[in-house]
Ligand binder design. Structure first.
Ligand SMILES: [Zn+2]
Length: 182
């Protein structure tokens, strides 16, 4: 397998690769074309969704690319590469799990090489309603004091957090806060 061929140099090329492989696999693509914004080359922008396997399945794996626009080059390449992997496709279809491919959640940022969308919104940070109180995040609360020390430089107490605790906790916090694959 040559993974490089699944990656693209432009948003349009990435989308075309996604369209091509989904067509080969007989998957339909649900297109959501941006009503107003255009790409860097004046092209149409779209968020495209295609499902591998049984779309009515109660079990679903969602793979999203391009939440942070420009990161879509990596995410799209991974999506297209996965769909070219016959072993993965067969296993997914046999598993009963619907694998939902969301291609270019932020097509504007993808095409214009920005992290944010056409409204300068970071879709992975500003998806919630900031007028409402933030939801409780107990996992973060446990590690807040050593991530954001009350004093700087950190007090001996902060620096005294056992290393194994840090090593175990930090990835857990990161995982709970992470919402995109790219
Ligand atoms: Zn990201």
């Amino acid at each position: 397998m040559d993974p490089v061929r699944h990656f693209a140099g432009t948003y349009v090329e990435a989308r075309d690769k996604f369209f091509a492989v989904t067509k080969t696999l007989g998957m339909t693509v649900s297109r959501h074309i941006h009503p107003a914004a255009r790409g860097a080359a004046g092209e149409e922008l779209s968020l495209d969704v295609s499902v591998l396997g049984d779309a009515s399945s109660a079990a679903m794996l969602m793979l999203v690319s391009g939440t942070h626009g420009v990161e879509g080059f990596c995410g799209s390449g991974c999506q297209v590469g996965l769909l070219h992997d016959a072993e993965f496709v067969a296993a997914a279809r046999a598993s009963g799990v619907a694998v939902v491919f969301v291609h270019a959640l932020n097509p504007f940022g993808f095409s214009h090489l920005h992290r944010t969308n056409e409204d300068n919104v970071d879709m992975n940070r500003n998806f919630r309603d900031f007028a409402a109180p933030p939801p409780a995040n107990t996992a973060y609360a446990e590690v807040h004091s050593f991530m954001v020390p009350a004093t700087w430089p950190p007090s001996p107490e902060n620096e005294g957090v056992p290393l194994p605790t840090m090593v175990v906790m930090m990835p857990l916090v990161a995982m709970r806060r992470t919402r995109c694959v790219s």
